[in-house]
Design a binder for this molecule. Structure first.
Ligand SMILES: C[S@@+](CC[C@H](N)C(=O)[O-])C[C@H]1O[C@@H](n2cnc3c(N)ncnc32)[C@H](O)[C@@H]1O
Length: 319
């Protein structure tokens, strides 16, 4: 492994403000990464943090960091969607705060062998956990129609059909194995934009989301947080594109109105369960000028925060 640049946490101050760590509290950092949030939580109060990550490299990093905190940082390898079960194994059934910072870390992007980057040649992999189907499996095995759908829905890419066509043509000659092969195929049918965004950006995003079931994880993770948080407990979620932010927004809007609204064009249903969250601030919190200047990733970051009420968690059916 070469030496990737350390991940710089996004919206760190703002996330800690939302969580307001307190002495004796129990916090979940569901996307540990390089541990930036965990470290700040542990330094803000005499509390315990459970650091979850599905990436074994992040877990190994966290285990070294844990030595600094005298038992107050506990690392758990797995998906944050399963946080309730992961914590139950440690005898924990309620927590005071949950932080989620969705997506990939800069260490994952910078490590060519992980296959997340179209800028560095590496195996077309993209699995955060190293298990399951790779991006190459998706690209080489899915039908042209399914590929077009994946790239359109999860990449919000208008040229999805042209991309799917060229992918299927080229894989018949030889299956895709590397990131650069795929990036070149995409670039052959997508014109670069004036904003300096690589033509393969949206296609790579789509594959990453599918390979890691990122949106499914988010929806399950939000519901698991609702079940785990004690009254007054705090939730902070940072997301990086509209597909994710929309899910966080819809979850928190429904849960704070306390009424199931089947569509925004239909009247709310007054029979619904009681609100389980209160918004800390309506809308999203974005990076301020000082952070934007030093961290490019912060440009697309959106933070939403909420406080858990005393109402029981909604059943899956009410979600
Ligand atoms: C953006 S980084 C987090 C950075 C972290 N907040 C920091 O300050 O260092 C996202 C991390 O979450 C992990 N991750 C993404 N989705 C996950 C999931 N569903 N379950 C567990 N970990 C996940 C990734 O492996 C990655 O290490």
């Amino acid at each position: 492994m070469n030496n990737p640049a350390p991940h710089v946490s996004v919206l760190l101050r703002e996330v800690i403000d939302i969580l307001s760590p307190k002495d004796g509290g129990i916090y979940v950092d569901g996307t540990f990464g390089a541990g930036g949030y965990s470290r700040a939580i542990l330094e803000a109060a005499d509390c315990t943090v459970y650091g979850i990550d599905r990436d074994p490299v992040a877990i190994a990093f966290g285990q070294k960091m844990a030595a600094e905190f005298d038992g107050r940082l506990v690392m758990l390898e797995g998906c944050y969607a399963d946080m309730q079960e992961l914590l139950a194994d440690k005898g924990v059934s309620a927590v005071d705060g949950v932080a989620l910072d969705i997506g990939v870390s800069s260490m994952q992007i910078d490590e060519a062998d992980r296959g997340f980057s179209f800028m560095r040649d590496g195996p077309l992999d993209m699995r955060m956990s190293g298990a399951g189907r790779t991006a190459a499996d998706v690209v080489n095995e899915e039908s042209e129609a399914e590929l077009a759908k994946i790239i359109f829905v999860y990449g919000e890419e208008r040229r999805s059909r042209a991309i799917a066509r060229v992918v299927v043509e080229r894989r018949e000659l030889s299956p895709f194995t590397s990131t650069v092969e795929l990036a070149e195929a995409v670039a052959s049918v997508v014109r670069p934009t004036g904003k300096g965004i690589h033509p393969a950006t949206r296609t790579f995003q789509a594959l990453r989301i599918v390979v890691n079931d990122e949106l499914g994880q988010l929806v399950k993770g939000l519901a698991a947080s609702e079940r785990l948080l004690t009254p007054g407990g705090r939730l902070a979620v940072v997301s990086f594109h509209s597909l994710e932010d929309r899910r966080v927004k819809n979850f928190l809007s429904a849960r704070s109105e306390g009424r199931a609204r089947p569509s925004r064009h239909l009247p709310v249903n007054d029979e619904g369960p009681a609100p389980t969250f209160k918004h800390i601030k309506k809308g999203t919190i974005k990076a301020k000028a000082d952070e934007l200047e030093i961290n490019r990733r912060s440009r697309s970051a959106r933070l939403r925060g909420a406080i858990r009420t005393e109402a029981p968690a909604w059943t899956e059916a009410a979600a």
